[in-house]
Design a protein around this ligand. Structure first.
Ligand SMILES: Cc1cc2nc3c(=O)[nH]c(=O)nc-3n(C[C@H](O)[C@H](O)[C@H](O)COP(=O)(O)O)c2cc1C
Length: 166
């Protein structure tokens, strides 16, 4: 099935580690994303050690999934690599979504946990992962083999479509 239309967030994972080749494939997909002026202002932190995941999981109520997720990827933006001010957010969003779609394609599950623009989340994640001040932690992806099967929802909404003009 189309990995885009069959995707739902997966919040329960099997206790099975994700092969490094698959993580590399997700990173390849992320870095294949389009970016403004081809600036590619991203960095990725891959984490699978339990101590760090446990620490991150305690930083926000919905981040509990991090402790149960075999691997996580933190997507970061580097404003210094931008050619057009402000576009790093769209660039990092495209990279995050590409990785999620690739995860679905590989039979993995993922959840996008937002970090940017919430100041408290940015600060705690930066501190825990020693992220330099010029780099902004943007999103966190939990990755693992699904231990739940969610119902598919058709989100298509014709009332949001406008032809010709508004
Ligand atoms: C920008 C963004 C930020 C998100 N932040 C969180 C979050 O902090 N905690 C969380 O549990 N889920 C978060 N999510 C996941 C959404 O809640 C989830 O994608 C949404 O409920 C739709 O469900 P679906 O992914 O199954 O279609 C985020 C998703 C996006 C795109």
């Amino acid at each position: 099935m189309d990995p885009i239309l069959s995707r739902r967030d997966v919040r329960k994972y099997l206790k099975k580690s994700v092969p490094k080749e698959d993580i590399m494939q997700l990173l390849k997909a992320a870095m294949a994303a389009p970016s403004a002026e081809d600036e590619r202002p991203w960095h990725f932190i891959v984490i699978d050690d339990d101590k760090t995941k446990n620490q991150i999981s305690k930083t926000h109520s919905t981040f509990y999934i991090v402790a149960q997720s075999p691997s996580i990827i933190v997507v970061c933006g580097d404003e210094g690599l931008q050619k057009v001010h402000g576009f790093w957010v769209q660039d990092c969003s495209a990279a995050t979504e590409n990785a999620i779609i690739e995860a679905q394609y590989l039979g993995l599950g993922a959840v996008w946990l937002g970090i940017y623009p919430i100041k408290g989340r940015i600060q705690t994640i930066r501190q825990l992962l020693n992220i330099p001040t010029n780099i902004i932690p943007f999103s966190l992806l939990t990755i693992g083999y699904p231990a739940e099967n969610k119902t598919l929802i058709n989100y298509f909404d014709m009332s949001r479509v406008h032809f010709g003009n508004w």
